[in-house]
Design a protein around this ligand. Structure first.
Ligand SMILES: NC(=O)c1ccc[n+]([C@@H]2O[C@H](COP(=O)([O-])OP(=O)(O)OC[C@H]3O[C@@H](n4cnc5c(N)ncnc54)[C@H](O)[C@@H]3O)[C@@H](O)[C@H]2O)c1
Length: 358
């Protein structure tokens, strides 16, 4: 297997992550790194070149693939430059600030005949994969509802992420992952409409909370909710992490945490027309709600997916050799960007938006 020689642009948080992962993975060599801020290159690992400019990286014949890990508003310009230098490209998410920018990138990439894909490694997050496996297995019967949530505690905005013009805000940061996961979970489903609330609760310029409702033609309603300042003291329940609930007519599945803990839950009383049982709750007697009586619920453990982020680069390595397809197709990232535009429009108009696939 030939080694893929990588040049990384941007040595911030994600640039460091890529440098660490790719220097440890078989089939890759990080040739060099560039950054507009020379200070960011001070801790580049030994044996890796520090370029004085992006141009120097583009001109290095050793570099086959450019991995773009700079601020979101830089992606368009850098993808165009990399393509024109004849380099294959992996771009960080969100691939572009909008659909128009992406279409322009695709035009140039096609003219130059280089490979182009996006780093959506969260398709391999164990929490997501565990729930995708439940969905794919059909064990819940007809799925009608999927909820995916992520909560944090301190408003969690920093550096350029607080500026709109640089592509800041949580919709661009995590929203793009959460929406990509949902569309990837149900690849054949057509999205019909979107209703969204996007807010800056404690940040001045950029969004730090969103709730997005999506109706699909497979009759699933999906909900994505993210709050960076959505508080609870239930730390033991992994509150400040990921949450999933999937409802089907043969059971419900839930999972909490990045390292997911959850179950499939079914009831023994499903559609048995027995006399209603009164349960006393603090709000008075009820026959439909309150705690179920002993033995009414049966649970099965979730089979935790054993995937990890290295799997993204394992797929890239094989696809680069033509043994398989690149996992992340540009057409899929375009759909996510179009969805995010619909989300912003719905939040602005406070109305649902019919979603048109293009
Ligand atoms: N896939 C993921 O899980 C994930 C996680 C975090 C960030 N990201 C993405 O990675 C990218 C970088 O985010 P970050 O959080 O690492 O930001 P960061 O601020 O930590 O790092 C960005 C670096 O890029 C440099 N830079 C900016 N413009 C440049 C240019 N034109 N040429 C060269 N260098 C330039 C900056 O000086 C900085 O060192 C963003 O697109 C972000 O969305 C992806």
């Amino acid at each position: 297997m030939e080694t893929i020689k990588i040049g990384i642009i941007g040595h911030g948080f994600m640039g460091h992550e890529h440098e660490t992962m790719l220097t440890q993975m078989e089939g890759y060599r990080v040739v060099g790194i560039s950054d507009i801020d020379p200070k960011q290159l001070e801790d580049v690992k030994e044996g890796i070149k520090r370029y004085a400019s992006n141009e120097e990286l583009f001109e290095d014949p050793e570099v086959q693939v450019v991995l773009i890990a700079a601020n979101n508003n830089q992606h368009h310009k850098l993808v165009l430059q990399a393509a024109r230098a004849g380099k294959d490209i992996i771009c960080e998410k969100p691939v572009a600030m909008n659909v128009q920018e992406l279409d322009d990138m695709v035009r140039v990439v096609e003219e130059c005949g280089v490979n182009f894909t996006v780093h959506h490694q969260r398709r391999f997050d164990p929490d997501f994969r565990t729930m995708k496996d439940v969905y794919d297995s059909g064990t819940l019967g007809k799925v009608y509802s999927v909820k995916s949530a992520l909560y944090g505690f301190n408003g969690n905005m920093h550096d350029w992420h607080v500026y709109l013009a640089e592509g800041g805000g949580m919709l661009f940061d995590w929203g793009v992952h959460l929406l990509d996961q949902l569309l990837y979970m149900m690849p054949g489903a057509k999205l019909l409409s979107v209703y969204a609330d996007v807010r800056n609760v404690i940040n001045f310029e950029v969004d730090d909370y969103f709730k997005i409702l999506m109706r699909f033609d497979n009759d699933v309603t999906a909900e994505v909710e993210l709050g960076t300042y959505f508080l609870s003291d239930k730390m033991h329940d992994k509150w400040f992490e990921r949450h999933w609930i999937m409802g089907g007519d043969k059971g419900t599945a839930y999972a909490d945490g990045f390292d997911p803990e959850g179950k499939i839950v079914r009831t023994t009383r499903l559609l048995t027309n027995v006399g209603g049982q009164r349960t006393m709750t603090a709000a008075g007697p009820t026959r439909s709600f309150g705690p179920p009586s002993e033995g009414t619920l049966v649970t099965e453990p979730l089979t935790k997916a054993g995937t990890c982020h290295e799997d993204y680069f394992r797929n890239y390595r094989e696809a680069y050799d033509g043994q398989t397809d690149f996992l992340v197709k540009i057409s899929e990232t375009r759909r996510v960007l179009a969805l995010m535009e619909a989300v912003r429009k719905s939040a602005e108009t406070k109305e649902s938006v019919r979603f048109e696939w293009e």
